[in-house]
Design a protein around this ligand. Structure first.
Ligand code: SF4
Length: 447
């Protein structure tokens, strides 16, 4: 049973990412724990306020996905107050506690412990992350509160603008728009059909994995009242029994999507044909992480586009990895090959999505990645203007909308980059001026 907020002596669930920066995705571990407590008649709630006292909870489970997320103050206060005993009440886990550990032995050990700690928890006998049906409703009080806040803010704005209070229809429209922001929490069943990967990329939390194994069954996590399914599988298409599982997904009849990016390098006619006829939801997302894969990526794109010429296809582009403070050469090379990858993707009519490793912030010119992501990750910019045009558009927008005569951050970053790499500018300038409409080349995939 989900308790009313503020109830005492129940189990507290803490989504550290939500409380720090907010996040687009519900936390699957917490949803699954909630499902376990629901099924065992143990009261529980998601803690959604930063002003709580952990003393009134019987036990608290905290999950953190991102290493940059700060722990809530009520947690650090509790640890300070009970330096020797806090572990008796507070269980913490998630990739955010070890993803950036550089010592490989330590990383492997921390990951191993993290992966098994809930299965070993004496408070959770019989708990199975893979086979426990989640309780998808734990975020509802949070979402209702956020929607109410937004409705109040927007209603006040409308009242100021029009001189009268908004109508019921206008309020409903605001609430509906806001609800869309939380669709991942409200409309999807979430799970893994497989876990693991065979690629061992050094920048990935799966770097120590050697194989892909089956994990949940669809019936373990699909809630029939939810219209869509999303999957967190690490590398579904490389799993040996991918075909059986994909057929099960198709037979389920609900639109689904893989959120982690599919491995384009193993596409063949059979995989492509099946994916194209599946009720796939949203864009197909692949990954093009390394320049060395370019010829393979292009070969597979020809197959993909031949079968599936019109479906929006997007690629994650990993970058910024292992940048250090003063290594200008490395930064330039990384940005240069990022744009070379974008050029290939544009030539096949694909979208690109820049995924920055946190190391990009180590370099004084790291902001160039932020600006490239602002351009590249928004199709309305990526498809309509070059990166350079985007930079100058930011400046003209600032001049039109404020009294400031200063150079905007986007242009300042671009100028710094140009000045630093004046000797190489001729190499990268054409890529900064590259436009989607003149780069796309259908003869790449048409016979
Ligand atoms: S292919 Fe993807 S999931 Fe596998 S190790 Fe590389 S980045 Fe990680």
């Amino acid at each position: 049973m989900m308790k009313k907020r503020g109830a005492s002596k129940c189990i507290g669930l803490v989504d550290a990412d939500l409380l720090d920066n907010g996040t687009r995705h519900p936390n699957l571990v917490l949803l699954t724990l909630a499902g376990y407590f629901r099924d065992h008649g143990i009261p529980y709630e998601l803690i959604i306020d930063n002003e709580v006292n952990l003393e009134c909870y019987q036990r608290v489970y905290l999950s953190r996905v991102f290493a940059f997320t700060k722990l809530p103050k009520f947690v650090t206060d509790f640890q300070t107050k009970h330096p020797k005993t806090w572990r008796n009440k507070l269980q913490m886990g998630g990739t955010g506690f070890y993803a950036t550990e550089e010592d490989r032995e330590k990383f492997d050990e921390m990951r191993r412990k993290d992966m098994v700690q809930l299965a070993m928890d004496p408070f959770l006998p019989g708990f199975s992350m893979a086979h426990q049906m989640p309780d998808y409703n734990i975020y509802i009080p949070y979402i209702e509160r956020e929607i109410e806040k937004k409705v109040n803010i927007e209603s006040a704005k409308l009242k100021r603008k029009n001189g009268i209070a908004p109508t019921a229809q206008e309020i409903d429209a605001i609430a509906l728009k806001c609800r869309k922001k939380y669709k991942d929490y409200l409309d999807y069943s979430i799970g893994f059909l497989t876990r693991g990967c065979i690629r061992q990329c050094s920048f990935c939390v799966n770097k120590g994995e050697r194989s892909i194994l089956p994990y949940s069954n669809l019936n373990d996590f699909v809630d029939d009242s939810r219209p869509f399914i999303y999957l967190w599988d690490d590398n579904f298409l490389c799993y040996k029994n991918w075909k059986v599982l994909l057929q099960q997904l198709i037979d389920k009849g609900k639109p689904f999507q893989f959120r982690q990016g599919l491995d384009e390098r193993v596409l063949d006619d059979e995989r492509v044909e099946m994916l194209c006829r599946a009720p796939y939801h949203g864009d197909f997302i692949f990954a093009f992480d390394q320049w060395k894969d370019r010829e393979l990526i292009k070969r597979k794109l020809k197959i993909w586009k031949r079968h599936c010429p019109t479906k929006t296809t997007k690629f994650y582009l990993f970058c910024g990895y292992e940048l250090v403070a003063d290594d200008d050469e490395k930064l330039f090379t990384d940005v240069y090959y990022l744009f070379c990858r974008i050029q290939i993707l544009m030539s096949f009519g694909c979208l690109s999505y820049v995924m920055r490793h946190a190391d990009y912030t180590n370099h004084r010119l790291g902001n160039i990645y932020t600006q490239v992501a602002r351009w590249c990750n928004q199709p309305q910019f990526y498809k309509k203007m070059s990166f350079e045009e985007f930079v100058f558009r930011n400046q003209s927008y600032q001049e039109e909308h404020s009294a400031s005569t200063k150079i905007c951050k986007t242009l300042a970053t671009y100028q710094d980059f140009k000045k630093t790499f004046a000797d190489k500018w001729k190499l990268i300038e054409p890529l900064f001026k590259m436009k989607y409409e003149s780069t796309i080349n259908p003869s790449n995939w048409k016979e």
